[in-house]
Design a protein around this ligand. Structure first.
Ligand code: HEM
Length: 508
């Protein structure tokens, strides 16, 4: 045998041996991972023993395969008094809570938001109020609270009125066609217009023109893509997601949205360099959110960085238009399906506003029945159906059930509002639940959450909802389309799978 043949054989054995070692190591790693997975699952199952599981999860995808979170919650709320366990893909589980005492405990703590789910928003809205935790969140919340002061919100009412009228004028043109209108899209454009004007004094009309469409489309796409990602076990990993077609669309839409926000900030900053413009600013009657952000300072006199300003602006755009669009659409649906309450609201609004030529914040404070109907609609259709927290320390609930540190908890506002133990006929639209003097339980109605991380835009929103309801009822009668009953779906905000169709009848 030649030296060449000998070295060839040793090479073959060498490669073969190496392959054997690699396979053995691979197998060992797999065994180790499986053991880890098994042990973690056993720990989860043990920790969750006190909480009812529902319904039987699929072994890999848990309860995430179908678009039926809300239907599942309704079933569980009927069966289990306070909580149930929802399994997600692989080894992830969450305890879903919908009992006021449980809510009070969690919302009274300062657990951070669940990094895994909320972080999907980060490439778009960055770390603004919604995603920040800890000291930086506290600093920002203090700096931004003045932006929602009663006096700052006063002049925004005029912007809201104008945006609603643009939408109603559009509806008037369509009235003759006598076919039901899908209201969500129009309302969404209207609330986006309001937000763009309040946030950065946008001069055009989102509802009428074409040239701002790329930003609007990007914002719509981003919300939808995040919803899809949350539900897809394979897309949890950033690298895999960025290589997928949804991931590529997501990052492309982020670029469009950022370019837009950055351009607006750059232009405003350049304006403020000019002494004459600065003087104009000082005399300005209506400050927008961007003005307030650019001049906000921490206690030690520091301003927000450009990145922070962008994050807060993008957060306002995301939080401020989707949620209110959902709120208004469902309020309209609730009033359309309850004509007697609709008529009572219309009479109240007429008695306060006449034909609606002038609307002020003061008027909005004088609509008790309309406010009751709005609240009842927010109860049945909470625009944000749930939020989540990751326990930073163990917790024990008033009934003695406990969870260890690290567990994920979903606060189901939808489940809470539909919980039959808290109110009789929970599925019935009954505004008298919110009548002055009606019995009220703390933490049983939380459309804007509660505690330190409640919605900073609550008052802004209530104003916008009242303006939209009041002006619409003065011009239109809303009627349901019995052939298209909405199917509720939680797409981060509460939407309808098949749209929200209503007949809009022009009032004489
Ligand atoms: C119908 C309309 C709205 C509803 C139902 C709503 C509801 C909520 C809820 C439930 C939270 C808590 C989320 C969580 O804990 O993860 C929240 C937070 C927040 N909302 Fe709203 N929101 C609405 C409109 C708005 C508007 C118009 C703005 C801004 C102009 C806004 C800005 C925010 C911000 C910045 C946060 C984070 C607050 C923090 O963590 O400090 N929201 N909202």
């Amino acid at each position: 045998m030649s030296i060449f043949e000998l070295s060839h054989i040793t090479n073959v054995f060498g490669i073969f041996g190496l392959l054997q070692v690699v396979s053995l190591l691979g197998l060992l790693l797999l065994l180790l991972k499986s053991a880890q997975y098994y042990l973690h699952r056993q720990w989860l199952i043990k920790s969750l023993q006190q909480f009812p599981p529902a319904p039987p999860p699929q072994w890999l995808f848990g309860n995430t395969l179908k678009d039926q979170d809300l239907q599942q919650i309704l079933l569980c709320v009927e069966k289990f008094p306070s909580t149930y366990v929802r399994w997600l893909w692989g080894n992830h589980a969450r305890v879903v809570i919908y009992d006021p005492d449980y809510m009070k405990v969690i919302l009274g703590r300062s657990d951070p938001k669940v990094v895994r789910s909320y972080s999907f928003f980060a490439p778009w809205i960055g770390y603004g109020l919604l995603l920040l935790n800890g000291k930086k969140w506290f600093q920002h919340r203090r700096m931004l609270t003045p932006a929602f002061h009663y006096d700052i919100l006063k002049p925004y009412v005029g912007i809201m009125v104008d945006s609603v009228h643009v939408m109603l004028d559009k509806w008037e043109q369509l009235v003759d066609q006598d076919c039901p209108l899908e209201i969500y899209q129009d309302i969404s454009l209207m609330t986006m217009e309001t937000m763009m004007k309040c946030a950065f004094s946008y001069q055009g009309s989102v509802q009428l023109e074409e040239n701002s469409k790329s930003y609007i489309k990007a914002v719509e796409d981003l919300t939808h893509l995040i919803y899809l990602r949350v539900r897809n076990g394979f897309h949890q990993n950033n690298t895999i997601y960025s290589l997928s077609s949804n991931g590529r669309s997501f990052y492309h839409a982020c670029q469009i949205a950022h370019k837009h926000t950055e351009r607006v900030i750059r232009m405003r900053k350049a304006q403020l360099q000019n002494e004459a413009e600065l003087e104009k600013f000082r005399k300005k009657k209506r400050l927008d959110f961007l003005d307030i952000l650019l001049f906000a300072q921490t206690e030690d006199g520091k301003s927000l960085s450009d990145e922070d300003v962008r994050a807060e602006m993008d957060t306002f755009m995301f939080e401020g238009h989707n949620t209110t669009a959902s709120g208004i659409s469902w309020i309209f649906y609730a009033l359309a399906t309850h004509p007697e309450h609709q008529q009572r609201c219309r009479e109240e609004v007429k008695s306060i506003l006449g034909n609606g030529t002038s609307v002020t914040l003061n008027h909005l404070d004088q609509m008790p029945y309309t406010t009751m109907c709005i609240k009842e609609a927010l109860r049945l259709y909470p625009p944000i159906p749930g939020a989540s927290r990751e326990l930073s320390s163990p917790v024990t609930f008033p009934d003695g059930c406990s969870l260890p540190k690290g567990f994920l908890v979903t606060l189901s506002f939808y489940g809470l509002h539909h919980n039959p133990r808290l109110r009789p006929n929970a599925e019935v639209f009954d505004p008298s639940r919110f009548a002055p003097g009606a019995p009220r339980q703390t933490h049983a109605f939380l459309p804007f959450s509660a505690g330190t991380r409640n919605c900073i835009g609550k008052q802004f929103t209530m104003n916008e909802l009242k303006v939209a309801v009041a002006l619409t009822l003065l011009r239109f009668e809303l009627l349901p389309d019995p052939t298209r009953v909405p199917i509720l779906v939680s797409k981060i905000v509460l939407k309808s799978k098949n749209g929200i169709y209503l007949h809009t009848k022009k009032l004489k």
